[in-house]
Design a protein around this ligand. Sequence first.
Ligand SMILES: [Zn+2]
Length: 538
Amino acid sequence: MKPVNLRFLRKPIIIFICASVVLAFAQSPQAQNPTYDLVLRNGRIIDGSGSPWCRCDVAIRGDTIVKIAMSISDPAARVIDVEGQVIAPGFIDIHTHAREGIFKVPTAENYVRQGVTTLIEGPDGSSPVPLKPFFDKLEALPRSVNIGSFIGQGSVRAAVIGSANRMPSAEELDKMRALVEQGMKDGAFGLSSGLFYVPGTFTPTDEVIELAKVAGRFGGIYISHMRDEAAGIIGSVKETIAIGERGGLPTQVTHHKIIGPANWGKSVETLRLVDEARARGVDATIDQYPYTASSTSIQAALLPAWAQEGGRAQILNRLKDPATRAKIKAETIRIIKNERGGGDPKNIVIAGCGWDATLAGKNLADVARLRGMEPTIENAAEAGLWIVESGGCSGIFHAINEADLERILKHAATMIGSDGEIPIFGQAHPHPRSYGTFARVLAVYVRERHAITLEDAVRKMSSFPAQRLGVQDRGLLRVGMKADIAVLDPARVRDAATFERPHQYAEGVSTVIVNGQIVFERGMMTAARPGRVLYKRP
Ligand SMILES: [Zn+2]
């Protein structure tokens, strides 16, 4: 070969080499398709199993966790250094009343800011019937969080025989079975009941068992707001266990609490009943919110069930008849003295009223005074009846004891559920549980009181509810699981919402990821709406 040719070729070769290098970089699979979409670095991983934390990185591709290791250095489209914060599975709230709020506030910001990534609807015996149109509507709604539902026994009964206090015919029972079956085929996680409420309260145990059997055949669970959480608490826990035992499915006491000072301390016995049931093979569990006040409608809480039969027109007729009104009022007085009122009308606070927004935040003693009466228990009962007649309000009832709360929380078979809703920020006077439940457990019961460990608290909020629901691909930080993740500072996480000022977001959760996409970071919701509708699949 002649040197002149080489000299002639040198320049194009150099250009070619340079171009190749540039091209190689431009087309590098690493540069164009990094190994991971997102890596969380320098975390303390609490994986949801209850195991102690480990110092690890987490890598996500698409909607899935693809690697967990002490150090992940492969290229990623985005890396977040969490600087020693806790990386936990996104929390799963097994008891929410989110089905109205989710359409008004699809970010579910009050929940996301606590680290919650999945909401389960349809508790307390109340759900849409049938479920399919509700699920279809949800599918069409871009949302930040995942959502699933139970099928509600009360709603099923109402659809077939209304709110009458009577037994169903054989044909009606078949219809109810068919509605539960349809609910399960549509993807419900099981059967919920609210045997405290109308019409659940008119349902004999055997009828609930018949419907529970249907849910169980499809792999569902039974979850119950029990018949009586006050004087009849022991019998109610026994009934809940019996429904699971005889219905052949897992059973759960939901928002377990002991209402009324006369009944405080009975959690010792209720937990013993759960332990005994579990020892003989009954899959009985509990969920709970960490507050010493409950919340429901004034009517449901303060009127006896018989007075609520048949719907509003009949309730008003009963209240118009002086003799019947006196009977109802006597019951309301008893309830204020011994149950939801905890012996003082000040313990009953109005949460919201469609017909008079100014009542929100006032207690029943205030309402009695507004009506020109001394704030005695008798007059507070009268004020309660006036509220029902005027259109009803939701209420908050301070009648739970801290010792019972903590005893229940510490039990191994207790998980966390808020019983909350998705409020419109600043509107009405809701129970703070909607804004604070999960953060409050971490702040008050883990950090301040050391009632449970951080790892156990996370288990109660993630893998335990996932296991209970039969959700196979969430609730744990493991390779192959869906990337629902909460990053939080265990020293700073806290609930800010109080009974006085409920509209305050929880603090200390820095980043929330749902199905691999960041829905919350730097103190703000992002534009991502990756939430999915979750269906129970047998
Ligand atoms: Zn309930």
